[in-house]
Design a protein around this ligand. Structure first.
Ligand code: TPP
Ligand code: MG
Length: 334
């Protein structure tokens, strides 16, 4: 868990550098400060389960086994990336890792993931789906429909509502009238739990309980993770509307520092043993950045339309299929 927290933080730091050097295609939605919420929850899944990220879940993708080199190639839109340089950021679906790509309109991915969960149940497979909704995203029509359907169908699903206090420049108390966000669960008739989103073990424990429940066929659980969006909405946003004291307060509750302190104080690890993990991650990322920067861009000809079985379709889609078939052999449980 510690490695994934540090890996996620380090990768986003490298990506910020690369973005400022003009290397990243598109923008960068930063999950720094929220790593415990996404790593702890993704850690509670098993092989064959599915996860759908929203916009700040880098740590969840890494925890599910996505290679940081692939993520770098993807953000740099290089030919060898999962979407062959034709799409940006973590907009990728990788069936062999159980990852469903995010969808632009907020909340819509929950509806699609409901379909995945329903398919698992219809096939008699005991697999679980997990996804994230921001406090803002959770207030969209699509999210309400999605949660309602998941609840009434008792789908094998866990929804992590990331209460990070902001949706772009709108405070969360302007998004919902509830005093405590756990109260929104009552409207759907689903059990809910509130967790300290900066405490990776607390997130893991509660998610594990919800995953086990879903696997037993007892339906969806909503988990509200209390955390804070430490950066602007994306790199272009200097978050001048965020009170400095709030940032200061939450900085003192940094999830990686908290876990590091816990591991040392409880005697599981020592400062030097954790330094070894950090150094290994630093080296891994340095090598991955170098590799990504020297990887080729897609050929411009690839942007033309092509013909498959007499039908004209955009080449990127055919290439994307080819990349999946060549590189990623499905390893899902039957
Ligand atoms: C339906 C819809 N409305 C607006 C947007 C633009 N948008 C993208 S992210 C975002 C803020 C999301 O806030 P939240 O769900 O709390 O997630 P956070 O940014 O805090 O991670 C907005 C308004 C969108 N993508 N889809
Ligand atoms: Mg938010």
């Amino acid at each position: 868990m510690f490695r994934f927290l540090v890996l996620s933080r380090g990768l986003e730091e490298r990506l910020e550098d690369l973005l400022k050097q003009g290397q990243v295609v598109g923008d960068l939605y930063d999950g720094r400060g929220q790593e415990a919420t996404v790593v702890g929850s993704a850690f509670a899944l098993e092989e064959g389960d599915w996860l759908a990220p929203s916009l700040r879940e880098m740590g969840a993708l890494l925890t599910r086994g996505l290679d940081p080199r692939m993520l770098l190639l993807q953000y740099l839109a290089r030919e060898g990336s999962p979407s062959a340089g034709r799409d940006k950021a973590h907009h990728l679906t990788m069936p062999h890792l159980g990852l469903l790509g995010p969808i632009g309109p907020l909340g819509a991915h929950l509806c699609v993931l409901n379909g995945v969960a329903l398919a698992f149940r219809m096939r008699g497979e005991r697999r679980v789906c997990l996804t994230y909704l921001g406090d803002g995203a959770s207030r969209t029509g699509a999210a309400h429909e999605g949660l309602n359907l998941a609840a009434v169908q008792r789908l094998p699903l866990v929804v992590i509502l990331i209460h990070n206090r902001w949706a772009f420049a709108t405070r969360s108390d302007q998004q919902a009238a509830v005093a405590d966000w756990i109260d929104v669960a009552a409207a759907y008739g689903v059990p809910a739990a509130s967790v300290d989103g900066n405490d990776v073990l607390h997130v893991y424990d509660e998610t594990r309980r919800a995953v086990d429940r879903a696997r037993r066929g007892e339906g969806v659980t909503l988990i509200v993770a209390e955390t804070y969006r430490m950066r602007g909405h994306a790199q272009h946003d200097a978050q001048e509307y965020v009170p400095e004291e709030e940032l200061h307060e939450w900085r003192a509750r940094d999830p990686i520092d908290l876990f590091e302190r816990y591991l040392i104080d409880s005697g599981f690890e020592s400062r030097p043993s954790l330094a070894v993990v950090k150094e290994a991650v630093r080296r891994e990322l340095a090598a991955a950045v170098e590799e990504a920067l020297s990887a080729p861009m897609p050929e411009p000809e690839g942007a033309r339309f092509g013909t498959v079985e007499g039908e004209e379709i955009p080449v990127p889609w055919t290439r994307r299929e080819a990349v999946y078939e060549d590189v990623h052999q499905p390893t899902l449980r039957p």
